[in-house]
Design a protein around this ligand. Structure first.
Ligand SMILES: O=c1[nH]cnc2c1ncn2[C@H]1C[C@H](O)[C@@H](CO)O1
Ligand SMILES: [Zn+2]
Length: 362
């Protein structure tokens, strides 16, 4: 019998998450406790439930720049080895509890140096936290593998250094590189040497592009920088026209993204909060899914969006009427697009995703 498509059963499905920010996914109580422990007095409110509401409401700004301002508070409490480790451990536990079986979680090491840690120490502590979280999830009967992506901030000038850091840690749990932050005014080509370095090392990277800025950003990310995946990429629809009769016409860039199977890491709730799309109903996820782009479902920032991987899937089910086989397809799309070796991706698809969905599909 087919399982009901509700939150409880979606939680049971084996899910894959490629776009999740470590500093956007703290538990509200952890923000409060770490602030008290490290003497950070800048929190707008202190009770965990009020903090949860504050992050959600402040992130609901319709502007990426204002959305990003909320990270000042999470980053402030992630400046010590204990803080970094705890946040990473809880991240792995929370994702596992939600039924995520494979995740790539990103953060920007350059934002965590205020307590005197080196870049290497920051990454070491986060990776140790992920390993602890995987172990405690396993002890609770949940298997998850968490890979780490190192992000460089696009307004800053440390991307080459962060790319080198990512490659240095490639055998210790870092699986790729990314750039994030305000998009308008900071084109991906500003960081060309970092991407060239990654390509030269046969290493993978994704680029936040086509979120707050349109086609030129996506074009640069692909044509100049050689991105393996696009963070969001929703503005690719600027190159797609839907006629009044429903006929779809695509430009060269949209065709290229589809032909090359370039994965789109879409984050429905976040995209509405930052104003990248006007509403969930108008989210291009469905158009892109129907046109057979390689679409994937992601959380972006669980704290700021008060969401989870299961909730993002439920939002899509409720908005577009998807069934279990659609959710399985999006999940396999994501696993195919992961930055771990091909044989390992295949093993997750064949041994975990397909059997897990088969039980639910009935
Ligand atoms: O959706 C996003 N777009 C661009 N930048 C983002 C987004 N979500 C988080 N960030 C930024 C803020 C974080 O401090 C940084 C590293 O995780 O990445
Ligand atoms: Zn993001």
């Amino acid at each position: 019998m087919t399982a009901p498509l509700d939150l409880e059963y979606i939680r049971r499905a084996p899910k894959v998450l490629l776009h999740d920010h470590l500093d956007g996914g703290l538990r509200p109580a952890t923000v409060a406790e770490l602030a008290a422990a490290c003497g950070y007095t800048g929190l707008p409110v202190e009770a965990p439930d009020e903090l949860a509401r504050w992050f959600r409401e402040s992130a609901d700004s319709g502007s990426l720049e204002r959305y990003l301002e909320t990270f000042a508070h999470t980053v402030a409490v992630m400046q010590t080895p204990e803080g970094l480790r705890r946040v990473a451990r809880e991240c792995a536990e929370d994702l596992a509890h939600d039924g995520v079986v494979y995740a790539e979680v990103r953060f920007a090491p350059e934002q965590h140096l205020e307590g005197g840690l080196s870049l290497d120490e920051v990454v070491d502590n986060v990776l140790a936290g992920f390993r602890e979280g995987e172990a405690s999830a396993r002890a609770a009967g949940r298997e998850i593998r968490v890979g780490c992506l190192l992000t460089a901030m696009r307004h800053a000038a440390r991307s080459r250094e962060i790319a080198e850091l990512a490659v240095r840690f490639r055998y210790r749990g870092v699986v790729g590189f990314d750039i994030a932050g305000a998009e308008a005014g900071y084109p991906p080509s500003r960081h060309l040497d970092a991407f060239e370095y990654m390509r030269n090392c046969n290493a993978h990277f994704t680029i936040h592009a086509g979120e707050a800025f349109g086609l030129p950003s996506i074009h640069e990310a692909i044509a100049f920088c050689g991105a393996d995946r696009l963070g969001h990429g929703v503005r690719i629809t600027d190159d797609i026209a839907v006629g009044s009769d429903g006929h779809v016409t695509m430009g060269l860039l949209a065709n290229y993204v589809r032909d090359k199977r370039i994965p789109l890491e879409m984050c429905p709730s976040s995209n509405v909060q930052t104003g990248a799309v006007a509403s969930l109903d108008e989210h291009p996820f469905d158009l892109l899914a129907r046109m057979r782009f390689r679409v994937t479902v992601n959380t972006d920032n669980r704290l700021m969006s008060d969401t989870s991987m299961s909730r993002e899937m439920l939002v899509l089910v409720n908005t577009f009427g998807y069934g279990w086989s659609d959710l399985e397809r999006f999940t396999i799309n994501a696993m195919k697009s992961a930055f771990i070796p091909f044989d390992q991706r295949l093993a997750v698809i064949d041994d975990i995703i397909k059997p897990g969905f088969a039980v639910l599909i009935g």
